[in-house]
Design a protein around this ligand. Sequence first.
Ligand code: CA
Length: 440
Amino acid sequence: MSLNETHDPALRSWVASANVAGTDFPLQNLPFAVFRRRGAGEAWRGGVAIGDQVLDLAAVVASGILDGEAATAAQAGAQEKLNALMAMGPAAWSALRLALSRALREGAAEQDALQACLVPQAEAEYDVPARIGDYTDFYTSVHHATNIGRLFRPDNPLLPNYKWVPIGYHGRASSIGISGQSFRRPLGQTLPPGATQPAFGPCKRLDIELELGIFVGPGNAQGEPVPIAEAEDHVFGICLFNDWSARDIQAWEYQPLGPFLSKSFASTISPWVVTLEALAPYRVPFERPEGDPQPLPYLDSEANRREGALDIQLQVDLLTPRLRESGAAAATICRTSYRHSYWTVAQMVAHHTVNGCNLQPGDLFGSGTLSGPTLDQAGALIELTAGGKQPLQLANGETRTFLEDGDSVVIRGWCEKPGAARIGFGECAGTVLPAVAAGA
Ligand code: CA
């Protein structure tokens, strides 16, 4: 994916808020979401972020300013889910991006027609952007795998397959919700320390998982693996993802088949999906530490080595009820980058399909918890608190090991570097509600 005129950092939009330093949504980003005006009883439809506005794709189609492949792509994107747009592939996405980039630039002849297609983000609500047929959760941070492994298996933290296989499992799509959601603390079985029989009740070790979500574009036929050289043609874009986890339920249930109810009660995604094309300036080499095995040939390509990784900055903020009530700022509990991932997006696609498994447009991959090399870059509370033994100290005097009822967690992501426009992902927020009464 090469740079083109849409990445020019000098571009400015006639939407003034898109030119403000620090905005997540300058003209160089143009991410997609599904939205409608809040409380207006409107149909859901696709939109594109520009500054503090949503460009309504259904209105853009009706305006008639687009033609050719861009118009066809906009029609697909104007539906209540983005699956049809996702299915079209990179040439269509790129044509729409270029047409919108030109039409939103300062001095564009389309300004008058498109002005009426803007909806303020402050008046919008969002839906999950695709019908997610299948959700696969990977485990691509070697730092997370090692930290977690040490807690669960102190003598054998990193299992021998990790450096060869992009580890994953099939997750639950039905409980994936959109940013802003609240969900109940899960009930389940746990084995209390020292006990010989399980207890039943609300999860006591409720955790976050800082992840990125990767939306699949065009699928592949069953039995036909996607070669790594073509893998990114099957990726529509990337969003923020919090894959909430019940660590005490997980510890009791996970052997031998892996996590089940400890993961399937809720996951939260951000509304905006940033395309791989928008992320092109932020590619970085995929590198293996000295002494680690190189990937098997089906997981290796020259392009993947040269620019397979992405430098996406990530931050997790925690807002407790006391912080919220006092009007204080949320506490930042983690900062890291996606560049530390052990496996790339292209490797995930190649591995997922190598056995003949068919992906479908709108399928979602979770990256797995994205912990960086040091513990303050850990993307889960179980790592940040050393398994609950070292509570986080918040500036207002509160402490946290795991999440308490009323806690909100906000994930943010952005890319910035000299010579490129800063682009952002918006936010992914969720709030923990009390469990239903056990046995009720
Ligand atoms: Ca996960």
